[in-house]
Design a protein around this ligand. Sequence first.
Ligand SMILES: [Fe+2]
Ligand SMILES: [Fe+2]
Length: 324
Amino acid sequence: MTLAQPADTAALEQDFQSLVESESRVEPRDWMPDAYRATLIRQIAQHAHSEIIGMQPEGVWISKAPTLRRKSVLLAKVQDEAGHGLYLYAAAETLGVDRAELTENLIEGRQKYSSIFNYPTLSFADVGVIGWLVDGAAICNQVPLCRASYGPYARAMIRICKEESFHQRQGYELLMTMMGGSRMQRDSVQDAVNRWWWPSLMMFGPPEGASPNTARSMAWRIKRHTNDELRQRFVDMTVPQADRLGVELPDPELRWNADRGAHDFGTPNWDELYEVVRGRGPCNAERIAHRRRAHREGDWVREAATAHAAKRASGTAKVVRGAP
Ligand SMILES: [Fe+2]
Ligand SMILES: [Fe+2]
């Protein structure tokens, strides 16, 4: 293969743009602009890291779940998140990066994950509220990604979104049960809602104004809606669910605006988001330390798997009867 000359590059870029505008999928072997590849690697890696780090806040409640049923539901949910991380790392690898390198980037702080996971889970009601609000916000963000222009990412998102619906549903069902319980249970649901509402709104990111990155991601059909459009959609979807549940959303400015046909709501504390993004949230250090430790403890598994793969490739591996 010879290097493309500038004139060729312009033609390739033209073809690429026509391809995405016709809503066709870009596949790993297709030519793509370097900046498109870099944007996708950054976005998919950040998404994968969020799934993996996102296992921690709820994972601590698995051994403290109040019943066997709650424990098995939570266990299934946290395992799903691990699976989401794996699909996404695999999607990123189709762009020419290595998963080990992405993990290094995460534990060395060179790549980010969603700030929402830097908040603590103080009671079992937090498990329900995370399902309802955090997975609910993730669904709003992720459903449009099922139509992202990059094929492996879009296909991973289809499966992920199906599982996210279950996550949201199990959270809401847990909260419904708790709201029908004792005064103490109802208070603990309200307390969890008070703590998670604003961070959930921040999950959509700050208002973008005329951000050139957003415009470019939209032209590439990676992003379909602005952060503010998605945040509005989430609020409009969530308010009737909160009413049904019997909890109050902690925003005195929240009200229906008949003219807009949408809810007005207050402004999140963006300074808080920037602090958490800079690593100064309540649990940033703990999350990374845990991930680093888990990665180190998995060293022997990776070494054994690599040695086994090499043996298989050389034909010297002992085949275990009945093994897959
Ligand atoms: Fe997930
Ligand atoms: Fe989820």
